[in-house]
Design a protein around this ligand. Structure first.
Ligand SMILES: [Mg+2]
Length: 407
C-alpha cells in the first residue's frame, strides 16, 4: 500500500502578496486584474476577504460591496512562480517523486521514504511547518493510500492542517462528500451522475459498474474505482513527469473580454507561449484545442486535427481563431485556453502537401525563431505584437520552465 501526500498552499496569490507587504496584514485583500476599473476580476483572496464572502471570479465591484475596506492588488506572476518553485524544492527533500498539479499544489509519493521520516502524517506536518517557516505561507496537506484521496484530504481542512485518510476510515471521511469533490469529476460528469441519482462519492462507489461504464466509459469506471480506494495512480518522478503529452497555456483575463479583438489578443499571446514551449521541447503538434469560459463561468471548447504538424505561433493562433468562430456565441469571456496535442518530434519527416501551406509554415517558424533569439539577447520586451502594447488584458509573465500542468 502506498503513502501519498498532496500539498496545497492556502490562498496562494493572496498569501504571497500579504507576505511581501506586511501593511496588508489584518485587512481583507484580493488579487485582482485592473482594480482601478470596476470590471476587473478577483483572482485570489485572503482568509479575511473569504470570511466576507468574496469569491474568486467576483468582479472588483462585487468584492468591494461584500468586504468594506478590501484592498485590491494587481497580480505579480513572476513572484508567484519563484515561490512555487521553492515549494516544489521543499517537497523534493522528502521524495524524488513530486508531481506538480498547478503552481500551488503537488503530489508526493512517500511510499519508500516514510521510514526515514517517521510516517505519512509526520512528513505532512513537517512539510507544512517547513513551508510556513521558509516561505511564510500556510498549506494544507492530505495523506492517504491513493493520490485522489490525498488530494481530497488537502481540501478538507484549511488553512494550515493535515488530514489523514486511511483504508479503514475512508468510507466515513470521504463517502459523504459531493461527487464533484473527486478530482477528475468535472461539471459535465457531475451533471451526468446526478441524472442517475449519484450525488456523493459513496453513491459513486456503490453504483453499478456497468451503468457507469455505459454512462461515462472507461474514465467513469476509473472514477468509480477511485471512490472505492482502488485507484493506483502513480506520482511521476519529476524527471519523467516532463514526458510531455500536450503543451498548453491558459489565462484568466484581467478584465472581461468583450470584443473579438480582445479575445484574439489573448489568443495570440497564449499561442506565442505555447509555440515557444513546443520549440523548447523540440515538438510539433498535429492537434489544437481552444477552451473558453464565459463570465457566468460556463465553458465551451473544441479541438481540431491538423493536416500537418505545426509549431509556429501564427499557425497556432490562426487555428485557434477558426475554433473560436465555431464555438463562441458572442458573450463576454473571462478566460481562454490554447492547447496543442498529438505531438511529434520536430525533426521527424513530414508528408509534404501538394499545396503551398508548408512553405508558409516554414517561413513562420523561421520568423518565430528569429524573434526568440532577439528576445534572448535583448530581453523579452524588445519585440512584441502591436496588440500587446499597453494591453489591459493580461500581464506578461515570464514563464519559466514550469512543468506542463494539466488543465
Ligand atoms: Mg491553493
Amino acid at each position: 500500500m502506498g503513502t501519498f501526500l498532496h500539498i496545497d498552499m492556502n490562498n496562494f496569490y493572496a498569501s504571497v502578496e500579504c507576505i511581501c507587504d506586511p501593511s496588508l496584514r489584518g485587512l481583507p485583500v484580493a488579487v485582482a486584474g485592473s482594480p482601478e476599473k470596476r470590471h476587473g476580476v478577483v483572482l485570489a483572496k485572503n482568509e479575511i476577504a473569504k470570511a466576507y464572502g468574496v469569491k474568486t471570479g467576483d468582479t472588483v465591484a462585487e468584492a468591494a460591496a461584500k468586504a468594506p475596506g478590501i484592498v485590491f492588488v494587481p497580480p505579480r506572476f513572476d513572484k508567484y512562480d519563484k515561490i512555487s518553485k521553492k515549494m516544489f524544492g521543499i517537497c523534493n527533500r522528502y521524495t524524488c517523486f513530486v508531481e506538480p498539479f498547478g503552481p500551488d499544489e503537488c503530489w508526493l509519493d512517500c511510499t519508500q521514504t516514510i521510514k526515514l521520516f517517521g510516517g505519512g502524517k509526520a512528513i505532512a506536518d513537517e512539510l507544512r511547518s517547513r513551508v510556513k517557516d521558509e516561505l511564510g505561507i500556510t498549506a494544507s496537506v492530505g495523506v492517504s493510500f491513493t493520490k485522489l484521496f490525498a488530494k481530497l484530504g488537502s481540501d478538507m481542512k484549511k488553512p494550515d492542517a493535515t488530514t489523514v485518510i486511511t483504508e479503514n476510515d475512508f468510507r466515513e471521511k470521504v463517502w459523504g462528500l459531493g461527487v464533484a469533490e473527486l478530482c477528475g469529476v468535472g461539471r459535465h460528469t457531475e451533471e451526468k451522475l446526478h441524472k442517475i441519482n449519484v450525488y456523493t462519492i459513496g453513491e459513486l462507489a456503490r453504483s453499478d459498474e456497468r451503468v457507469i461504464k455505459k454512462l461515462l466509459g472507461k474514465p467513469g469506471v476509473d472514477l468509480r474505482k477511485a471512490a472505492n480506494g482502488e485507484e493506483c495512480g502513480e506520482v511521476r518522478e519529476a524527471i519523467t513527469s516532463r514526458e510531455v503529452k500536450s503543451v498548453s497555456h491558459g489565462l484568466t483575463a484581467l478584465r472581461d473580454l468583450v470584443t473579438r479583438e480582445d479575445i484574439v489578443t489573448l489568443i495570440c499571446y497564449l499561442s506565442e507561449l505555447v509555440a515557444a514551449r513546443l520549440r523548447k521541447y523540440g515538438f510539433k503538434a498535429s492537434g489544437i484545442y481552444l477552451g473558453i469560459r464565459y463570465t457566468d463561468l460556463t465553458r465551451n471548447g473544441k479541438q481540431l486535427a491538423l493536416p500537418f504538424p505545426i509549431c509556429s505561433a501564427d499557425d497556432i493562433a490562426d487555428n485557434a481563431r477558426l475554433l473560436l468562430d465555431e464555438i463562441h456565441d458572442g458573450r463576454p469571456l473571462r478566460s481562454v485556453d490554447v492547447a496543442t496535442f498529438a505531438l511529434s518530434d520536430a525533426c521527424a519527416p513530414v508528408q509534404l502537401s501538394m499545396f503551398d501551406e508548408r512553405k508558409h509554415a516554414e517561413t513562420d517558424e523561421k520568423f518565430d525563431r528569429a524573434i526568440e533569439s532577439l528576445r534572448l539577447r535583448y530581453g523579452k520586451g524588445c519585440v512584441m505584437r502591436a496588440s500587446q502594447i499597453n494591453n489591459d488584458i493580461y500581464t506578461d509573465k515570464d514563464v519559466g520552465d514550469f512543468l506542463p500542468f494539466k488543465r
